[in-house]
Ligand binder design. Structure first.
Ligand SMILES: *Cc1c(COP(=O)(O)O)cnc(C)c1O
Length: 374
């Protein structure tokens, strides 16, 4: 048997929506993107959404629009994809990494508090695998020190913890619609926020700092535009938005299917100490299904699973140990022991709504055989 690491769930309706855009006059950011923004805002329970071309850009634009830049520090997790840190650098700020809760892999609020300096301007919590960080604790820390919170929700559209959803206790929630994410269009992203002013500022900096966007330049009587500040170019176009609009309606059904798969995996692995898993905290968005094996076994288990036809990935090795972060900021092994322990032991298993039960069972069998050296 061969079980792919990921198979997308695009259907004929999603594809037909793209064809409709291709047969229309307007290809870039226009009515379909606006429709997506309204629908996604409705799903998140937040009034304003700005669609962009990646989550990396979403975090960069949000920090820039909030006025975070050179001389400022932004605290984020050592256990994440590198973009949580580099987006702060794109804004001109310095990322400051901190350790995580060893049971969830999410940023440790006490470590955040300890890392605050007079230069700290923002926190980027990362809802790892789909499990939300402790936003209540982070909100209290942000209030105490006067910090912004910009959430990295690349894994977490559907999550909730302590009654809190992404973006509800922060300045903004940044999402990814990269090919393998829970809502996917190849490359895409968005910011959701309660602040109309912030949404407007993000729109402006994401379109060259221009006073008018393309759609409004072409509708009605021609209006001249101005350039108000230096901006970037990372708007989402109607072609990509068309792939997203109808998928929003399936988010909850897809989550429910991933939850079934999650429970089947959990039952299959039980309390086996050789296959540890992160602790669930609240409603996990179920983006990834990681197992934590013995660090000295990790790479051999990884390769053996590949040979047995099981698609695998590593999300993630601790980012402070990547060459660039060591070279640039002087980080070294030992700095963040919990993030390192997770990064050295983690393996992501196939996990998507299209997976069949017999595929889940096959993966469980192969993992158990591999960790036992069979
Ligand atoms: C995928 C991912 C990102 C980056 O998303 P893009 O849309 O590719 O920029 C950021 N953070 C985490 C945790 C991710 O998994």
């Amino acid at each position: 048997m061969k079980v792919e690491f990921y198979r997308h769930g695009l259907d004929e309706a999603d594809i037909a929506n793209v064809v409709t855009v291709l047969n229309s006059v307007f290809l870039s950011t226009g009515p379909v993107t606006a429709e997506f923004e309204r629908k996604f805002a409705n799903y998140t329970g937040l009034p304003h959404v700005v669609a962009l071309n990646s989550c990396t850009a979403a975090m960069h634009m949000t920090l820039t629009a909030l006025g975070v830049g050179p001389g400022d520090e932004v605290i984020t997790s050592a256990m994440t994809f590198l973009a949580s840190a580099t987006s702060a650098q794109h804004a001109g700020a310095t990322p400051v990494l901190v350790d995580v809760d060893p049971t969830t892999g999410c940023i440790d609020p006490a470590a955040v508090d300890a890392a605050v300096t007079p230069r700290t301007k923002a926190i980027i919590p990362v809802h790892l695998y789909g499990t939300m960080c402790d936003m209540t604790a982070l909100r209290a820390i942000a209030d105490k020190h006067g910090l912004f919170i910009v959430e990295d929700c690349a894994h977490c559209i559907e999550g909730e913890r302590d009654g809190v959803r992404p973006g509800h206790l922060s300045d903004a929630a940044c999402y990814s619609f990269y090919a393998t994410k829970n809502l996917a269009c190849g490359e895409g992203g968005a910011v959701a926020t309660r602040s109309e002013e912030l949404a407007k500022a993000i729109k402006m900096v994401s379109l060259h700092g221009m006073s008018k966007n393309a759609a409004s330049r072409y509708h009605g009587a021609y209006q001249h535009w101005d350039m108000l500040r230096l901006g970037w170019k990372c708007n989402l176009d109607d072609i990509h938005s068309a792939l997203l609009v109808s998928q929003i309606d399936r988010l909850d059904a897809n989550w429910a299917r991933r939850h079934e798969i999650y429970e089947r995996y959990e039952k299959g692995f039980g309390t086996n100490p050789a296959v540890r898993r992160p602790r669930a905290a609240g409603k996990c968005a179920h983006h990834l299904y990681p197992i934590w094996v013995a660090p000295e076994q990790r790479d051999s288990v990884l390769h053996s699973l590949q040979q047995r036809g099981v698609g695998v990935a590593v999300n993630f090795r601790a980012i402070h140990l990547l060459a660039y972060f060591q070279d640039t900021f002087g980080y070294k092994r030992g700095d963040f022991p919990h993030a390192e322990a997770i990064g050295d032991s983690t393996i992501s298993l196939p996990f998507y709504p299209k997976m069949r039960d017999d595929e889940v069972d096959y993966v469980v069998e192969q993992v158990l055989a591999t960790v036992q050296g069979r």
